[in-house]
Design a protein around this ligand. Structure first.
Ligand code: CO8
Length: 243
């Protein structure tokens, strides 16, 4: 699955909806046993959630948007398929969550790329299920540090921390992902799927059984004046940096 949402594959409501529909179709297609996620844009895997969907919008929109974010994660983290992230560019925040939700991560070894859950830098707090997903991958101590500092890891630091599994030259990202896929698919589906589901069930249940509480928390948080101000400043900083 190749993301094509210029300029930066930010996850707008449309992007998230299309992603969820595509995942559902693939999940139902018995001939599809695995999916590689990658970007069709240069330098960016995904810039994470589309900040403009969370800024200057009313509570109704915030609730619809947040349900779509939840749906993206539930479909990906809970997928029966083998999921591999071929990270061919920077991958902050929601982009990092998406990569972390896969079974295996291969990143392009480019010193200009970074990956991490940088929410605190925007003055916002990563939801508990973002935290859990990272924790399940790199462990509690590293996650605490990464989340409080809003760390955007360089590719080599990401490899050291276990945030990605392999670094390869940019032009080899997709072929390496395909080779990794063959290895994962050589395991009998039923035993691999049950193992994956047993490992992830508790984390998934924590959100599935509390979805509306999580939506209400998000809406209350994101519509606060102070949070809107932080997001507005961050958006302005992005634009200024460009100018
Ligand atoms: N959302 C919306 N627009 C964005 C985003 C984004 N996440 N990222 C970049 N853009 C826009 C820029 O504003 C710019 O717009 P314009 O062309 O109108 O000026 C355009 O995309 C291009 O951006 P850049 O010029 O910055 O592109 P570069 O190639 O130089 O850099 C980066 C690409 C590295 C991706 C850079 O744009 C960047 O760092 N973006 C911000 C990434 C980020 O911090 N994302 C966090 C999103 S929040 C999230 O995912 C989880 C939130 C959880 C909420 C929980 C609350 C309870």
């Amino acid at each position: 699955m190749t993301f094509q949402g210029p300029p930066v594959n930010s996850m707008s409501l449309d992007f998230l909806t299309e992603f969820a529909i595509s995942m559902e179709k693939l999940e139902l297609d018995k001939s599809c046993r695995g999916v590689i996620l990658t970007s069709g844009l240069p330098k960016i895997f995904s810039a994470g959630l589309d900040i403009t969907e969370m800024y200057g919008k009313g509570p109704e929109h915030a609730a619809v948007f947040w349900r779509a974010v939840q749906e993206m994660w539930l479909k990906l983290y809970g997928s029966n398929m083998v999921t591999i992230a071929a990270i061919n560019g920077s991958s902050p925040a929601g982009g990092c969550l998406m990569a972390l939700s896969c079974d295996y991560r291969i990143m392009a070894d480019n010193p200009r790329y970074s990956i991490g859950l940088n929410e605190t830098l925007l003055g916002i707090v990563a939801p508990f299920w973002f935290m859990d997903t990272m924790n399940n991958t790199i462990g509690n101590r590293e996650t605490e540090k990464a989340l409080q500092l809003g760390l955007l890891y360089s590719t080599s630091d990401a490899l050291k921390a276990g945030l990605v599994d392999e670094l390869v030259p940019e032009e080899k990202v997709l072929t390496t992902a395909t080779e990794a896929m063959a290895k994962w698919l050589s395991i009998p589906d039923h035993s691999r799927q049950i193992t994956k589901s047993m490992m992830r069930k508790q984390t998934i249940d924590k959100l599935s059984s509390n979805r509306e509480t999580d939506v209400n928390y998000f809406v209350k948080f994101i519509t606060k004046d102070s949070i809107q101000k932080s997001l507005g400043m961050y958006l302005a900083m992005l634009k200024k940096r460009k100018a």
